[in-house]
Design a protein around this ligand. Structure first.
Ligand code: UVW
Length: 318
């Protein structure tokens, strides 16, 4: 039986952007989103129509998360029943009653931005920081600097499901940068340098159809590692990869057998921000309707100190 190589071996010659934006950098390829890119995105606003990309936290139909994580739960702390006779509702002058609740959620669950320091190999996270800086919370490359910065720019939707003529991509289906280029050409657009990439697979359709079967055969479809793909992302200066899958890439690389290779080649090494578990359905429908696949994208992940990721509700404006 052949064993999978480790990431150190597989990515030995893979390029990094470490040091490119200084030894203190913690936001990586988001540095490509200059004021010029923001204005290029704003210039695409024609209809004034908004599309929110977050999945509903607490969705009664289910909350897809990476295996081993649990969906967010919301707990009611106060509601009118707490002021029933003998209840624990606080008494305020004037008779105020109020509703209060809280959530318990994986910061890597639901729609979220990954911190650049979320994954690593070889004892180093993005920009060469020591992986020991993650202990007890990320002291370097947490989601905090991304959240402080905010994300905005020109973006394109690559509707791979529609391009391939399927309702959703099945488990294990892979594609690469050449497929993205073909998809863009079929949609009548060009992927420009510094574009934020939104990729639709609609794979989570299968989660909502049959959750047990979805997790029973868990290997999401998506982008697959090759040296050429990494070079394409680096040459194009892609700042942010946004998808509707849990991990933004094929779960296990079919060639090497290694898991989440692109988390390392693109996020750890190139500093590309990952935005996962988005709902791209309404946006995709609109794009198919008006034939416009490029737009303004803006996202403000929550500011959470030392966190590995943060919930976000990205907004596209067309
Ligand atoms: C893991 O953390 C394993 O994956 P993701 O970034 O998709 O949540």
């Amino acid at each position: 039986m052949t064993t999978a190589p480790d990431l150190t071996e597989l990515l030995a010659d893979s390029p990094t952007n470490w040091g490119k934006w200084g030894a203190d950098d913690e936001v990586g390829s988001l540095n490509y989103l200059t004021a010029e890119q923001v204005l290029a995105g704003v210039g695409l606003i024609k209809k004034g129509e908004l599309f929110t990309l977050q999945r509903l936290i607490g969705d009664p139909n289910g909350d897809p998360v990476w295996p081993g994580r649990s969906p967010a739960t919301r707990e009611m702390i106060f509601d009118e029943s707490h002021w029933d006779e003998g209840g624990d509702g606080p008494a305020f002058p004037g008779g105020l009653h109020y509703a209060d609740d809280k959530i318990n959620a994986f910061l890597q669950g639901s729609t979220q931005y990954d911190a650049l320091g979320h994954v690593w190999y070889d004892g180093q996270i993005y920009n060469g920081y020591d992986a020991r800086t993650t202990v007890g919370g990320l002291d370097k490359a947490s989601v905090e600097p991304i959240a402080q910065r905010g994300v905005a720019g020109r973006a394109v939707l690559l509707d791979m499901a529609r391009h391939l003529g399927v309702a959703h991509l099945e488990a294990r289906r892979t594609f690469d940068h050449t497929d993205l280029e073909k998809c863009a050409a079929a949609q009548g657009i060009e992927i420009k340098p510094r574009d934020i990439l939104l990729i639709r697979t609609n794979h989570l359709d299968l989660f909502f159809e049959d959750e047990a079967a979805f997790y029973g055969d868990f290997c999401e479809p998506g982008l697959v590692y090759s040296a050429e793909l990494v070079k394409w992302f680096q040459d194009k200066e892609i700042p942010n990869l946004v998808t509707d899958t849990i991990a933004n890439e094929v779960t296990t690389d079919p060639h090497s057998g290694v898991a989440l290779v692109l988390h390392n080649a693109l996020m750890r090494n190139l500093g590309i921000a990952f935005t996962e578990i988005c709902d791209l359905e309404k946006l995709a429908e609109d794009c198919a309707g008006d034939g416009v696949y490029e737009f303004f994208y803006v996202a403000a992940p929550l500011k959470i100190h030392r966190a590995t990721g943060a919930p976000v509700n990205p907004v596209v404006i067309k």
